[in-house]
Design a protein around this ligand. Structure first.
Ligand code: IPM
Ligand code: MG
Length: 355
């Protein structure tokens, strides 16, 4: 198959982790007889420096015309003082909205080889951590009106039934493919938007009788994620709650550098990115962990290109690399062999086998 991939290297460690990932994709293409064409897209701080805009229309167009988008990371202290609507992050929000990717899928899974890296007690980790946060990505407070007038600033949190229903369906369908447990997270004791959210989730539940739906308030959920993470299978929640809970969920796995994500809308074209940031402090030093991006590319193969064997081959190679005792600095522990970003990429490539 021939696939056209828009590649956003971005800022900080973005370029180095993306480089390793493209080498992984090239190896997959070689083994399985595919052709992956890459189109470079400027977004984030580097685009502000070049065009004075974090995502010019011409760059967004390249993404919308691709078969999928692979993104490293954007942002950094250098652009902290630019106005809100010109920040690097604004490029990312425009990209998500422009691509219509309303559903963001963030797995929180503990790698058995890294169980010791979790900050949670062993007795909790042993019960298993393997759940997915389905986060609504192009609505809510992120996309409501933002304004500052005199001494008052306002951000509007708004959802309509259609927006809630389409993300709700993704939540139910994701649960159907897993352990059939969906937890809808909101703040319905305070917010109207959450009461509407809850109502729609229960209406949808009638169409998915095989899925067990539960409700949880977001503050309680933040507590339950550290108290008893094994209770969760799929969590579905609105944009900002999902942003916050997914950082918490990644931390309990002990390895934020390992976690990929996919964002999808109505078509198979997706946006794939690791959930960590651009880490400017370690940029260019060849110490970043490229695995979050490499696993994001595996998700792209699986969910956008319908290449499950190829995706398995990449994930198995990551597992074999960990089994062999190699670790980048972020997940280094006693007795393991420390490697840099490039060597990590090369070792994973060596382990890719056609299954
Ligand atoms: C994320 C990030 C973004 C978000 C920022 C960079 C705009 O935190 O992908 O979780 O808040 O969505
Ligand atoms: Mg976030």
């Amino acid at each position: 198959m021939v696939k056209n991939i828009a590649v956003i290297r971005g800022d900080g460690i973005g370029p180095e982790i993306v480089n390793e990932t493209l080498k992984v994709l090239d190896k997959v293409a070689e083994l399985y007889g595919h052709t992956f064409n890459y189109t470079d897209v400027d977004m984030g701080g580097c685009a502000i420096d070049k065009y004075g805009d974090p995502l010019p229309e011409s760059e967004l167009k390249k993404c919308v015309q691709s078969d999928s988008v692979l993104l490293g990371a954007v942002g950094g202290n250098k652009w902290n003082d630019v106005p809100g609507n010109m920040r690097p992050e604004k490029g990312l929000l425009r990209l998500r909205a422009g691509m219509g990717v309303y559903s963001n899928n963030r797995p929180a899974k503990i790698w058995p080889q890294l169980a010791d890296a979790s900050p949670l007690k062993k007795s909790i980790v042993e019960q298993g951590i393997d759940f997915i946060i389905v986060r609504e990505l192009i609505g809510g407070i992120y996309f409501g009106e933002h304004k500052t007038e005199g001494d008052t600033a306002t951000d509007v949190l708004k959802y309509n039934e259609t927006e809630i229903e389409r993300i709700g369906r993704i939540g139910f369908e994701t649960a159907q493919k897993r352990n059939k447990k969906l937890c809808s997270v909101e703040k319905s004791n305070v917010l109207d938007s959450s009461r509407l959210w809850k109502k729609i989730m229960h209406k949808l539940a009638e169409e998915y009788p095989d899925v067990e739906l539960s409700d949880m308030l977001v503050d309680n959920c933040a507590m339950q994620i550290v108290k008893n993470p094994a209770q969760f299978d799929v969590i579905v929640t609105e944009n900002m709650f999902g942003d916050i809970l997914s950082d918490e969920a990644s931390m309990i796995t002990g390895s934020i550098g390992m976690i990929p994500s996919s964002s999808l809308g109505a078509s198979s074209r997706g946006l794939y990115e690791p959930i960590h940031g651009s880490a400017p402090d370690i940029a260019g030093k060849d110490i970043a962990n490229p695995i979050g991006t490499i696993l994001s590319a595996a998700m792209m193969l699986r969910f956008s290109f319908d290449m499950p064997n190829e995706a398995d081959a990449v994930e198995n190679a990551v597992s074999a690399y960990l089994d062999a005792g190699y670790r980048t600095a972020d997940i280094m522990s006693e007795g393991m062999t420390r490697v840099g970003c490039k060597q990590c990429g090369a070792l994973i490539i060596e382990n890719i086998r056609k299954g």
